[in-house]
Write a protein that binds this ligand. Structure first.
Ligand code: 2AM
Length: 220
């Protein structure tokens, strides 16, 4: 039997199908446009300054290429646990498998815009046990959150911001929710929008977006 060892990629994740990427991008643009004209958004402008000012969010956030939900950033083997993850039986078995990701919320901060992904039990098998713990230094307490809390699709980043920030921003919002912060709520068409201060907005979708994706990896 021919044995081919897998070389370690830059990262593993679920890659949204192309037609689905277009739909999700459209939904994200609609979300940004809705925010821009919302009175309560203008009041707490993205800089955190409490003054009304025009802002073009589509200019402010730069797209970051293929839409995906990273499971493990392996950095060609340089990241901690990269080889162990690549060699995992479930990673090998489910490589190339297709499933639907449930995008349950959209959020923006002064740094990033993203979609929260609510992983199924099956999908959680591919989620690294230490993904949330790894974020502890950026988001204290994140290590105690349920597995999969960090799962997201990066939709855009402000100038000079790396996409890894999106997961930290999401974890920070989840920490605030866990601490019982009510925030300031506004009902808008797709769901409930909450403002958590410091330019952080979270839209819980009434109807989650189902996004078909393939579990695979990227080499650049
Ligand atoms: P993202 O998953 O938030 O978009 C290539 O840089 C991809 O790997 C991006 O999708 C990025 O963020 C993710 N990534 C980069 N560094 C990472 C890290 N240290 N931990 C987890 N994901 C990372």
């Amino acid at each position: 039997k021919l044995h081919v060892e897998m070389s370690i990629p830059l990262y593993f994740g679920w890659f949204l199908f192309y037609t689905v990427q277009d739909q999700v991008r459209e939904t994200a643009t609609k979300f940004l446009k809705t925010l821009e004209v919302l009175e309560s958004f203008k009041k707490h402008i993205i800089s955190g300054k409490e003054e009304a000012k025009e802002v073009d969010l589509e200019q402010y956030f730069k797209a970051k290429g293929t839409l995906h939900c990273t499971t493990k950033f392996t950095d060609y083997g340089k990241a901690e646990g990269a080889k162990e993850y690549t060699d995992k039986q479930v990673v090998q078995d489910l490589y190339g498998s297709v499933s639907d990701l449930s995008l349950s919320a959209l959020f923006i901060t002064p740094r990033t815009v993203g979609a929260r992904v609510s992983l199924s039990e099956d999908q959680l098998q591919l989620w690294p046990a230490d993904a949330e713990k790894e974020a502890e230094s950026e988001v204290p307490g994140a290590g105690a959150l349920p597995l999969g809390s960090r799962a997201h699709v990066t939709l855009g980043c402000a100038d000079g911001v790396q996409p890894v920030q999106t997961g930290f921003d999401l974890l920070q919002i989840i920490m605030l929710q866990k601490d019982g912060q009510q925030g300031e709520q506004v009902d808008i068409d797709p769901g409930t929008l909450t403002y958590y201060g410091e330019g952080r907005w979270y839209l819980a979708l009434k109807e989650p977006i189902s996004a078909t994706a393939c579990f695979s990896s990227i080499y650049k």
